[in-house]
Design a protein around this ligand. Structure first.
Ligand SMILES: [Zn+2]
Length: 768
């Protein structure tokens, strides 16, 4: 989607957002026993997993990706609907109770897009991705022109200004150079922060249009050979994507918080908070070059320069730029495919598994590689049914539509069924794009041990060690070099200790968002990557079957590995005596996040003091070249004392409660989970609702849709996570009172979580 993850960007986001979880204590015998199972039930489970694995094959996934990516499949296209119907048929063939759930959502499609440079050296942008030799689908009709969905309509003519990544700090640099973007068109490059933030900040600074181009520095020839020689972005490749303000809420812009069902009251377009007012266009660097060459003004700061063969200036341009975006703002249908298998003994406890099926054009990588793994799991589970097996809990498999424009299919489904999901859903397992390399796993930290145990039992196709040991080696190498970020170094240390590997905290970027952040359902996001060139064709016409089988997962062995990891997690969660969750892992991760907040306050205070000292001694003025206009930066506000004590106290009390729970769980496991059916049902129901206790109905400051108080996408990072967001973002935004206030509110949420955990421990102890 908006939200699809490129491993590369994910790694960056992760590094910036402090995603290291506390993990990695040395393994103990308890750690190795299959979590949630007795020795006998664990043996049976392993044999079930072997029978599941035996039904996975490479040819199926190859065929599904090939067929589903054979025509453009964006929202509203005939092939998008055909793909949904194809999957419906398959699910039914495999023995699932399946249906298509349709929602009508606002989905503007471009009717006219145009971009030209006026003046003495006129240039008209092609806004077109031409066919590429060897890429069979690249010349097919049926695609929309490259565009950023949910930008405004407009026909504007103005001077151009270059704003680097278009992030808040970039505007501070422009201001120091006396450059104002009011009434101008801003050109920004992809990278450095979420796409949607670029036009949003441009609009807030008074710009009347925004262009976003792909500089080869980020994902083109500076990274590797470009397509078709290598996998990286060719000169004409364009990154499409959503620019809805999804940090407010994802889903249909007209129906925040409720399902977009017939008869629902809808906002007017003018009142939808997530829609931009100014026109936005994504362009290739082939088109951007002439525009960048037209810029005058100061030479761009060193870290603003990309890899094009020109001198980067900030502008404004001497000639004007004319851009047009006019869209059809009608509603379009989206098709979620929902398939169920009712649980034998606990039908009211749901294990949900999802991946989206809509692409920007052909979408072989994103999302069809991940979607093929999901289909493979569903087929193998169908095979197990035919052998007479039934899950104890209910399985729900979902192939979402409309993820790319804004997580539409998953969000509308979650909002429509919110009440039932809060009562029944215990786990959501997501995947999206998939490639070769290392297992990427993010999610609720109560699931960290489950992920580790499953990853230890799946073999890496390339090295034949477990995918967990391969990931461990990767983490140790990545964090071992001197240029590694502090977070990567911390991860390397945890990995070297030999125990569990940390999973990442989730921000946004795929369909888990509404499950985790709106309802508080424990969630995971899984996928392989790191050895592929996905970034080069991300959201372009060249995300095709031919590209995928050269630069993605040519043999589909990583598709099978993903089906094993996700499938085993689903099967274990469906059949465990007690749900495979460890709240102690959440508690130790929380300790780390609270520690990071203390460090953040300290480092902010130090940086502020340094800036004040330099300003007081006029250092910026004395340092500046007087022939070039460069004003000192604006003076930052003083950092008062921030009271994080409520959080310290809540985290330390939670640690006690988590230890008591782990002890009770271990005792029950050692006794062979001798629980009555009623006790088992009650305890599992409570466990499945633990994550909901990390939410608060009022939600986060200024964005009540986001209700999780530990994980949220950053307001200024988009996909990148902010942990303990109420406090962290207040500190980063220098809203000191708010930081104090949300330390108290977050502590209260954590106290509620602890109380629920204590009740759960009491239930376990009573059960003996
Ligand atoms: Zn995707």
């Amino acid at each position: 989607m908006p939200l699809t993850k490129i491993r590369l960007l994910l790694t960056l986001a992760c590094a910036m957002a402090a995603c290291v979880a506390a993990a990695g204590s040395s393994p103990t015998p308890d750690d190795r026993a299959m979590l949630g199972f007795t020795p006998a039930s664990a043996t049976a489970q392993l044999s079930l997993e072997q029978r599941f694995d035996a039904q996975l094959n490479l040819a199926d996934q190859r065929e599904w990706v090939k067929q589903m990516s054979s025509e453009p499949n964006q929202v509203g296209s005939p092939h998008d609907k055909a793909n949904a119907e194809f999957m419906l048929k398959k699910f039914r063939e495999w023995g699932w109770d399946a249906h298509i759930e349709t929602f009508d959502v606002l989905y503007p499609t471009p009717q006219k897009v145009a971009l030209e440079l006026l003046g003495p050296h006129p240039f008209t942008a092609t806004l077109h991705e031409p066919p590429i030799p060897g890429d069979a689908s690249s010349g097919l009709p049926g695609a929309l022109p490259p565009y950023n969905v949910y930008g405004g309509d407009g026909d504007v003519t103005a001077e151009l200004v270059y704003a680097n990544y278009g992030m808040p700090d970039d505007y501070k640099e422009l201001a120091r150079r006396g450059i104002d973007v009011r009434g101008k068109i801003v050109i920004t490059r992809y990278g450095g922060g979420w796409r949607g933030l670029k036009p949003k900040l441009a609009q807030e600074h008074g710009a009347i249009g925004c262009l976003i181009y792909s500089d080869p520095h980020e994902d083109g020839y500076a990274r590797g050979d470009s397509y078709p020689k290598g996998g990286w972005r060719p000169a004409e490749g364009v990154q499409r994507g959503s620019v809805a303000d999804m940090q407010q809420y994802p889903g249909d812009p007209l129906t925040p918080g409720v399902g977009s069902t017939p008869g629902t009251k809808r906002l007017t377009i003018k009142d939808a908070k997530t829609l931009l007012k100014i026109p936005v266009l994504p362009i290739s660097y082939a088109d951007a070059t002439a525009l960048l060459q037209s810029l005058g003004g100061p030479v761009a700061p060193a870290n603003w320069r990309g890899s094009l063969p020109l001198t980067y200036h900030v502008g404004p341009s001497s000639a004007k730029v004319h851009m047009t975006v006019l869209s059809d703002w009608s509603r379009k249908p989206i098709y979620d495919v929902i398939a169920k298998i009712k649980g034998a003994t606990a039908p009211d406890q749901w294990i949900i598994r999802g991946n989206h099926h809509d692409g920007w054009v052909f979408g072989a990588w994103d999302p069809l590689a991940g979607n093929a793994a999901l289909l493979a799991e569903a087929k193998a589970i169908g095979g197990l049914l035919k052998q007479g097996w039934r899950p104890q809990r209910t399985l729900v498999y979902a192939s979402w539509d409309g993820e790319e424009p804004g997580l539409l299919g998953s969000t509308e489904w979650v909002e429509t069924h919110a009440k039932e999901l809060k009562a029944k859903a215990v786990l959501y397992v997501n995947s999206d794009t998939n490639g070769r390399g290392f297992l990427g796993a993010g999610g609720s930290h109560s699931l960290q041990h489950l992920v580790n145990q499953v990853a230890d039992d799946v073999t890496d196709p390339e090295t034949r060690v477990s995918v967990r040991e391969r990931l461990r080696a990767h983490m140790m190498i990545e964090g071992g070099n001197e240029h590694a970020s502090p977070e990567a170094k911390a991860i390397a240390k945890v990995a070297a200790a030999g125990g569990d590997l940390p999973i990442e905290a989730l921000g946004s970027g795929s369909d888990y968002s509404s499950f985790l952040e709106h309802l508080g359902i424990a969630s995971l996001d899984l996928g392989f990557g790191g050895e592929d060139d996905n970034a080069g064709i991300y959201h372009s016409r060249y995300d095709s079957f031919d590209h995928f089988i050269r630069f993605g997962d040519p043999t589909f062995e990583y598709g099978v590995a993903l089906a094993k990891v996700a499938g085993h997690i689903v099967l274990r969660s469906a059949d465990a005596n007690l749900l495979p969750m460890r709240f102690g892992d959440f508690s130790s991760t929380l300790d780390r996040y609270v520690g990071e907040l203390h460090k953040l306050v300290d480092s902010t205070r130090k940086a502020t003091a340094r800036q004040h000292r330099l300003l007081d001694m006029h250092a910026y003025t004395l340092d500046a070249d007087p022939t070039r206009a460069l004003a000192p930066p604006a003076r930052e506000s003083d950092v008062p004392t921030i009271n994080l004590a409520p959080l310290d106290k809540a985290a330390s009390e939670l640690k006690q409660s988590a230890q008591a729970f782990q002890a009770a769980y271990a005792r029950s496991a050692a006794a062979g989970f001798k629980l009555t059916a009623v006790q088992q049902r009650q305890i599992n129901q409570q466990m499945g609702r633990m994550e909901q206790a990390l939410t608060d109905t009022d939600g986060l400051p200024d964005r009540p849709w986001f209700k999780h108080f530990i994980y949220a996408p950053g307001m200024l990072t988009g996909y990148g996570v902010k942990t303990i967001p109420g406090v962290r973002e207040a500190i980063e935004g220098r809203r000191w009172d708010e930081a104090d206030r949300y330390a108290v509110i977050t502590a209260k949420v954590l106290d509620g979580y602890r109380a629920q955990l204590d009740r759960l421990t009491a239930l376990l102890n009573q059960a003996g």
